[in-house]
Design a protein around this ligand. Structure first.
Ligand code: BDR
Ligand code: CA
Length: 302
């Protein structure tokens, strides 16, 4: 049976890669996409999600979420993903008739409470929508199987030496999520640091199918973290983890969010030695198989 999931996202070039797989892979049952501020503002992230929905001619509902973090001012990453958030590929203009609502938190609540099976949440942007969902409708917790999120790091950050972008954007929201007692799998920066998508693999994407051709052009405009011979497609690891969990190494940990540090705000403080744990932290992926997995996962796309 396919795994029921909901994606909360701020597309974003690596978000687009994750969404492309999630919309097309038979092992995943994507119930809805919700958008959040992050890489670009909420209007752009929503418009990007709508463009992806149209590209795949998908029926999956899209709901727009919140425009600002709980407390902070919004921070963006246009210098990484381009002014539109999905630089490098010319999509037709977003069709707002394809937007189901601008009430993402309520839509998540309704879908969760009306589902006869528990659902895995996959947040791949700042955690504002998810924190609001858990605080406003705590009864949804019993319907959430797990939260598999992209965010944080067991080592250094990428926005500051201490903090990773998604957590840095809204640390208070992350704090709510990590204290929720819902099973959490944290797919942080560590995974990509050990296995990047090589430039050789990116070149091969050009010809595989229409989706990989689209991603090829975006990856060539991605100005994010680059490790050795490739780029970090962070958000895609959450989806690959759901598809191939046995290929990843994971450790239980107690993860706390730094909320006050002058230089460390937004850091995920990952303690592997504490008895009480609140998350599984994904540390690495089988490097020799990562590229094969990525191509295989994309092979169902048009
Ligand atoms: C995260 O930040 C964003 O720029 C990416 O889309 C990813 O979700 C990586 O730190
Ligand atoms: Ca993202």
């Amino acid at each position: 049976m396919a795994i029921p999931i909901m994606i909360d996202t701020d597309p974003g070039i690596d978000d687009a890669a994750a969404i492309s797989i999630a919309l097309t892979h038979p092992v995943l049952d994507l119930k809805m996409i919700t958008t959040v501020h992050g890489n670009v503002n909420i209007h752009k992230t929503t418009s990007n999600a709508l463009q992806l929905k149209a590209f795949f001619n998908s029926d999956v509902p899209i709901h727009q979420g919140v425009a600002t973090p709980l407390i902070n001012q919004p921070v963006d990453a246009e210098h990484v993903h381009g002014e539109t958030g999905m630089a490098g590929f010319e999509f037709p203009q977003a069709d707002y008739d394809l937007l189901t609502s601008d009430k993402a938190v309520e839509a998540m609540k309704e879908t969760l409470l009306n589902s006869d099976e528990s659902i895995t949440l996959v947040p791949i942007g700042p955690l504002t929508n998810i924190a609001l969902l858990l605080r406003t409708y705590p009864e949804v917790s019993r319907q959430i199987k797990e939260i598999v999120l992209m965010g944080g790091s067991a080592g250094r950050g990428n926005v500051t030496p201490a903090a990773e972008f998604n957590i840095y954007c809204d640390p208070e929201a992350a704090d709510i999520v990590f204290n929720s007692h819902i099973p959490i799998t944290m797919v942080g920066l560590d995974v990509a640091r050990g296995a990047s998508l090589t430039y050789e693999a990116i070149n091969k994407l050009q010809e595989k199918n229409q989706t990989s051709h689209m991603l090829y052009h975006m990856f060539n405009h991605y100005r994010g973290d680059q490790f050795g011979d490739g780029i970090a497609v962070y958000d895609a690891y959450t989806i690959l983890y759901l598809l191939y969990p046995e290929k990843f190494s994971v450790a239980d940990a107690n993860v706390k969010i730094e909320l006050t540090g002058t230089y460390t705000k937004g850091e995920t403080v990952v303690n592997f030695d504490e008895e009480t744990t609140n998350a599984k932290v994904v540390l690495s992926v089988d490097k020799s198989q990562f590229i094969t997995m990525f191509f295989e996962a994309l092979s169902y796309a048009k």
